[in-house]
Design a protein around this ligand. Structure first.
Ligand code: SF4
Ligand code: SF4
Length: 414
């Protein structure tokens, strides 16, 4: 009998239960273990490359739940990432996906594209925006893009009132920079209210995960090196992320990717040791945060969706929401389930994503909450895209809700 190396699949089947794609499709070939077998067969030359093989590999959310729950330590995430790059090289990708990788590779390209898209949002007739869709989501249901990139709107350094208790670097990611400036403003407000000096390094750029998912290895490597240069500073207490996918990239992919390509890893490892998601950081400061909150008035009925990259790399934010006063926290019975967003998955596989998102919406409605919080910008777009603009339920980043609880700003509904 052959001894089993660490990281090889024992075919126990545990990953099947946590794979959201398998849960919808109920096919063996849609399981994480099947993808691993396909990759091994391809790498050993037993299985030829084909567009169908690419399809089987790519029909995956890259949620990381399989790797996080595998008792044999199979690193699905990196193996899928390398295989996706290989498949993209051999079989190409859709024009839109290639366009996205091209834009994300350079901040100035992204700025131009966002500017053009924002013009489109203001000029395209409502009927057009209702009719045309990104996956199943009508253009009209997409969030309005920022008028100005968030990092241009704010200064690089922010000081708290009173004594400075430490220094934080804030990695905003592309979504806060170009779509959800309110999340950025709220994050700044919370961190400075806790007494921290906050630096938003100007040179930061895309975390590279969307590029890595679609084979843009070289561009991703350049972005990673650029981000490491920006975030490698002395005297910093923590690197804060408001997006769990960016957080997972800083914590795991930056050092792993640089090691794979023979680059120096020490700065990336130091950053990885300091990175934390915003809600975990706030939870660590619970005693300081609670006295800052205005808990007068009726408690807001809130529920929460745990993004996969948060639950697999950090800790879901509901532990903070449950611990704070003045919140009527109503857990959804499926809060930990994947929403089907998965970067570009909701666009590439709208039917699978639609089934997952519909189940999530039903769970949030069952909870009875009026506010649905989630930390991931793609989850937010995917979930809010399924609701009508005048829905009784609205989706926001937890930072926006918590910042509104500071001081006299308390409101009943965002
Ligand atoms: S959980 Fe790990 S060992 Fe078990 S079937 Fe899945 S990949 Fe294989
Ligand atoms: S990353 Fe997520 S969707 Fe992909 S195989 Fe693993 S559990 Fe399934």
């Amino acid at each position: 009998m052959m001894s089993k190396e660490s990281g090889s699949c024992g075919k126990c089947g545990l990953c099947l239960a946590v794979c959201p794609v398998h849960r919808v499709l109920q096919e063996e070939q849609a399981t994480p273990r099947a993808r691993i077998q396909l990759i091994e067969a391809y790498q050993s030359g037993r299985l030829p490359s084909s567009a169908y093989l690419k399809e089987l590999i790519n029909r995956c959310l890259m949620c990381g739940s399989c790797a996080a729950n595998c008792p044999s330590g199979v690193d699905h995430y990196s193996r899928f990432m390398s295989m996706r790059a290989e498949m993209a090289k051999e079989h190409g990708d859709r024009l839109e996906i290639r366009g996205l990788v091209y834009l994300l590779a350079r901040e100035n390209r992204l700025r131009l594209a966002v500017g053009a898209a924002r013009l489109g949002q203001s000029l395209l007739p409502e009927a057009f925006q209702k009719k045309y869709r990104l996956g199943e989501i009508a253009l009209r249901q997409l969030p309005a893009l920022n008028r100005k990139p968030f990092r241009d709107e704010v200064a690089e350094e922010h000081l708290p009132e009173g004594e400075v208790r430490g220094t934080l670097l804030y990695f905003t990611g592309c979504a806060t920079n170009h779509i959800f400036a309110d999340t950025g403003r709220a994050t700044l407000r919370l961190l400075t209210a806790l007494g921290y000096r906050v630096i938003i390094p100007k040179g930061q750029t895309c975390c590279s995960i969307p590029m890595l998912y679609h084979g843009g290895i070289e561009a991703a490597k350049e972005n990673i090196l650029e981000n490491v240069r920006c975030l490698d500073r002395d005297g910093v207490n923590a690197v804060i992320v408001d997006c769990p996918t960016c957080g997972g990239a800083l914590k795991k992919e930056f050092p792993a990717m640089l090691a794979r390509y023979g680059e120096e890893t020490a700065p990336a490892e130091a950053i990885a040791g300091r990175v934390t998601d915003l809600l975990s950081f706030l939870y660590e400061h619970l005693d300081q945060l609670i006295p800052l909150l205005n808990t007068a008035g009726e408690a807001v009925a809130v529920t929460y969706h745990a993004p996969c990259h948060l639950k697999n790399s950090f800790t879901p934010g509901d532990r903070l929401l449950r611990a704070l006063p003045g919140i009527n926290f109503l857990p959804a019975d499926n809060a930990l389930d994947c929403c089907g967003g998965g970067g570009t998955f909701f666009y590439e596989y709208p039917e699978i994503a639609g089934t997952m998102a519909a189940a999530k919406v039903a769970g949030a409605r069952r909870s009875g909450a009026s506010l649905w919080l989630t930390d991931c910008p793609v989850c937010r777009i995917n979930l809010a895209g399924r609701l009508s603009p005048d829905d009784t339920l609205s989706v926001r980043h937890p930072a926006e809700f918590l910042a509104h609880l500071l001081g006299s700003d308390r409101i009943n509904r965002l």
